[in-house]
Design a protein around this ligand. Structure first.
Ligand SMILES: *[C@@H]1O[C@H](CO)[C@@H](O)[C@H](O)[C@H]1NC(C)=O
Ligand SMILES: *[C@@H]1O[C@H](CO)[C@@H](O)[C@H](O)[C@H]1NC(C)=O
Ligand SMILES: *[C@@H]1O[C@H](CO)[C@@H](O)[C@H](O)[C@H]1NC(C)=O
Ligand SMILES: *[C@@H]1O[C@H](CO)[C@@H](O)[C@H](O)[C@H]1NC(C)=O
Ligand SMILES: *[C@@H]1O[C@H](CO)[C@@H](O)[C@H](O)[C@H]1NC(C)=O
Ligand SMILES: *[C@@H]1O[C@H](CO)[C@@H](O)[C@H](O)[C@H]1NC(C)=O
Length: 344
């Protein structure tokens, strides 16, 4: 059916574009890297209408603050403004309240990503009411069935809250507080493809429909991007809970298993089950959130569980696709896909 074939294109292109993520300056599965800077507090909220970008670095293009929030604009070919958090979190809950850009082939996106290419995504293109969720473990691009679509109303007119609640046991994607997808650890190739290493948050906009992109990517993005009028995404706020507050995270071996991550100067005084995250945890409408977050915290310092060791031993070492997944408008996503495949 038409739907099926375009869906296949969508997942294929999504996987390709999403996995060819930005350079990982040091892949801890390949060599010894310096520790990641952690978010040492339990919560960090940014109100981008306040006029400041807070603890976010602009890594591409220009991002300004406006009354509607941080503004990311594509006005010509090659624009792909992006920000990322200065810090990493190790399991947590992130709410991004945003309005997607209105424009053919323009994708508004926010993702969690780690140094060894674990990744959890929201990708919002406005060609219809379908937005995509996706995930990757250790840069594994061999399977293209990880993406799903979620229906959202007028994403380019209305601010919606796109959330991820991430623990060692499961990942939930939430739309306006409702769980729309759950991924259990065991269902991600028995954990081998389960994102489980400290993540940075990255938010940006890119032109999947750039005429220089491959046909598949353009089709996935909803058509060729017309650069005649500027297209802007607005991010009003980002609310972060770090389930493992710490000043640094260190990979202690090359497995990429969460049990191998050592959190330094953790805020052990924080009792997650009693600290007041109730509003956000409750908004996930998931009674297991609080429990899961506590166990995530506990497991980060506890010894390896049988399933995690099994997962760790089956994890292959995968090198990073170095192309920017935002393409900078010029890099062709499918090239990244081929690069990804070639690694296997
Ligand atoms: C982000 O910005 C901070 C402060 O402006 C700076 O110290 C830090 O090195 C930057 N991080 C990256 C990854 O560029
Ligand atoms: C989005 O763009 C289309 C095509 O340019 C236009 O018809 C529509 O009114 C725009 N919608 C919004 C909410 O700006
Ligand atoms: C941990 O805290 C101690 C004391 O505040 C400090 O000297 C040390 O540098 C910190 N370690 C890291 C990795 O941040
Ligand atoms: C954390 O708080 C909960 C609820 O108040 C309590 O039952 C539990 O014993 C506390 N845990 C620790 C380690 O203090
Ligand atoms: C947590 O916050 C809610 C509302 O924000 C409040 O009603 C509740 O008393 C707080 N709980 C604690 C333990 O501080
Ligand atoms: C990558 O994932 C696929 C299935 O999603 C799996 O068959 C394959 O073994 C994985 N590769 C590695 C290196 O783990």
């Amino acid at each position: 059916m038409v739907f099926n074939s375009s869906y296949q294109w969508a997942t294929l292109a999504l996987a390709a574009t999403a996995v060819a993520q930005t350079t990982t300056s040091c892949n801890p599965l390949k060599k010894t890297c310096s520790a990641d800077t952690g978010l040492s507090q339990y919560r960090y909220n940014t109100d981008f209408t306040s006029g400041s970008l807070g603890r976010w670095n602009t890594t591409a293009g220009t991002v300004t603050t406006t009354d509607l929030g941080a503004k990311f604009t594509i006005s010509e070919q090659g624009d792909a403004p992006t920000i990322e958090s200065e810090f990493y979190i190790f399991f947590g809950h992130v709410d991004v309240k945003m309005r997607a850009a209105n424009g053919t082939g323009v994708v508004s996106t926010w993702i969690l990503e780690s140094d060894d290419l674990d990744e959890i995504d929201w990708q919002i293109s406005t060609w219809d009411t379908e937005v995509q969720t996706d995930y990757f473990g250790k840069g594994n691009t061999t399977s293209y069935d990880r993406g799903t679509t979620v229906t959202v109303s007028t994403p380019e007119e209305t601010f919606h809250t796109y959330s991820i609640d991430w623990t060692s046991e499961r990942i939930e994607w939430l739309l306006d507080g409702e769980v729309v997808r759950t991924l259990e650890y065991a269902d991600a190739l028995s954990g081998a493809n389960y994102p489980q290493t400290p993540m940075r948050i990255r938010i940006g906009i890119w032109a999947g429909g750039d005429p220089d992109n491959s046909e598949g990517t353009i089709e996935w993005a909803g058509g060729e991007t017309d650069y005649s009028t500027p297209m802007s995404m607005y991010v009003e706020s980002v609310d972060i809970i770090n389930y493992t507050p710490a000043s640094a995270y260190k990979y202690t071996d090359k497995t990429g298993a969460y049990t191998s991550i050592k959190a330094t100067n953790g805020t052990t005084a924080t009792n997650l089950s009693s600290s007041n995250s109730s509003s956000i945890v409750a908004s996930s409408k998931s009674s297991s959130s609080a429990r899961a977050s506590s166990s995530a915290y506990a497991s980060s310092s506890a010894s390896a569980s049988a399933s995690a060791s099994a997962a760790a031993s089956s994890i292959g070492v995968v090198s990073a696709a170095s192309a920017s997944y935002y393409c900078s408008g010029l890099t062709i996503a499918m090239v990244s896909f081929i690069v990804g495949m070639a690694q296997f």
